[in-house]
Write a protein of this length. Structure first.
Length: 414
């Protein structure tokens, strides 16, 4: 099997849903990213993801190739795994590299959370089609009421539980006794580090301008511990809640991409930061006790144990910040020998977690979280950070996903 390398791609600025990108649908927001990537090199294939379902597009990957004006002979497919979507697409692409004539894959994802499609309920659709078949179009148009429509992702809730990710994470922080103050501390750190990254120009070659927007719009330069502490809980208002708008990732519009290549494909991209994709791990769990975003607590120990590594053997940790509480709970879990043994089946001593190596340029709490784009964003960011540390340095990149799933990868600076 050929070594697979990741090379940073580009992304749009990440902006608040309902804001400056609300005029773009998912394809329109993806097109400039795909064009910017194709200007660097011609991919052998494209893999793209979108979590919020579209009522008009079934294979956004193929539609993107055509709408962006890429070579129509480039095959394309779509992937979905909730927030792990573009990381999962990266893993899939790595399995294709070096086979079937594939040397360079363009991988990414998009979410336009401003443009959630409104769909007819099945019974309303049947009634409408029956009227239309009888030629009663006018009657069909007036036969629909508000209750005949629903949002495909109503309240961003899990289909089975009917509860949002925030409600599930309230279960998690209570189960793991995560304090509100600690959650706010992680959120503040995320903003402070993202601000420092912007000021140092870290994101300049990772973010392309879209419609005059050049920077991520959710990074708060004026964030303070006092401001975060003043925010009310939004998912549990009983007096026991601790998750607020400040320590939860915001609803976001954005698109992001990354390259997956073997040595031949990497040569087409020139002398750029790169990391070898050493190994990866998927995990899933029954989420009823701990909450729905705890699979990294299983995936990370299994990956480390398989590679014979401890937590402090990893030089860089990029952990998706869906919620500050979810980050803290997963780190607590992977550093707990009893949890690792009982939940992950790992008995090896992994040591303490090195917090000084965590998310050095901020994460989803400050940068934003367009579901399917987050994997490509966090991977590209990690590869650039890892390359600066020097050849042979290692990184773990981890993402939790709705449905009690998660993914993580082990990277090595090339």
């Amino acid at each position: 099997m050929s070594d697979a390398f990741l090379v940073p791609g580009v992304r749009t600025p990440f902006v608040k849903a309902g804001g400056v990108f609300q005029k773009f649908d998912a394809l329109e927001l993806s097109v400039p990213v795909a064009r910017a990537m194709a200007a660097q090199a011609r991919p052998d294939f494209l893999a793209w993801g979108q979590v919020i379902p579209s009522t008009t597009v079934s294979n956004i990957g193929r539609e993107l190739v055509l709408d962006a004006g890429l070579d129509p002979e480039i095959p394309a497919f779509s992937t979905i795994m909730a927030c792990s979507t573009s990381m999962m697409a990266t893993i899939q692409a790595a399995g294709m590299i070096g086979k079937g004539g594939n040397h360079l894959g363009l991988v990414g994802g998009v979410e336009t959370m401003s443009r959630v499609p409104i769909a007819l309920k099945p019974e309303a659709a049947l009634r409408l089609m029956a009227l239309a078949a009888q030629g009663k179009l006018a009657e069909a148009a007036t036969a629909l009421g508000f209750d005949d429509f629903n949002l495909p992702v109503k309240g961003w809730a899990n289909r089975i539980s009917g509860r949002s990710m925030g409600e599930h994470t309230e279960d998690t922080v209570k189960h793991f006794n995560i304090a509100r103050e600690d959650q706010d501390r992680i959120a503040l750190l995320s903003h402070q580090r993202a601000v420092a990254g912007q000021d140092a120009g870290f994101f300049d070659d990772l973010v392309i301008a879209i419609d005059g927007v050049t920077r991520d719009g959710l990074v708060r330069r004026d964030s303070t511990a006092e401001k975060l502490a003043a925010l009310p809980p939004v998912f549990d208002r009983s007096g026991r809640g601790s998750i607020t708008a400040g320590n939860a990732s915001p609803l976001t519009d954005g698109a992001a991409a990354i390259w997956v290549a073997d040595a031949e494909g990497r040569a087409k991209l020139g002398d750029r930061p790169a990391a070898r994709l050493v190994d990866w791990q998927l995990a899933a769990m029954d989420w009823h006790e701990e909450g729905i975003l705890m699979s990294p607590g299983r995936a990370i120990p299994r990956l480390l144990a398989r590679q014979g590594l401890r937590l402090d053997d990893i030089d860089l940790w990029e952990i998706h910040e869906a919620f500050a509480g979810q980050v803290l709970a997963n780190v607590q879990a992977i550093a707990d020998p009893a949890y690792r043994r009982e939940k992950a089946g790992v008995t090896a001593d992994l040591g303490p977690f090195p917090w000084d190596r965590f998310n050095p340029h901020g994460g989803s709490l400050s940068i934003g979280h367009p579901f399917a784009a987050t994997g490509a964003r966090i991977l590209a960011q990690a590869v650039k950070e890892l390359s600066a540390l020097g050849r042979g340095k290692r990184a773990i990149v981890s993402i939790c996903a709705d449905g009690g799933q998660g993914t993580c990868v082990l990277l090595e600076a090339a």
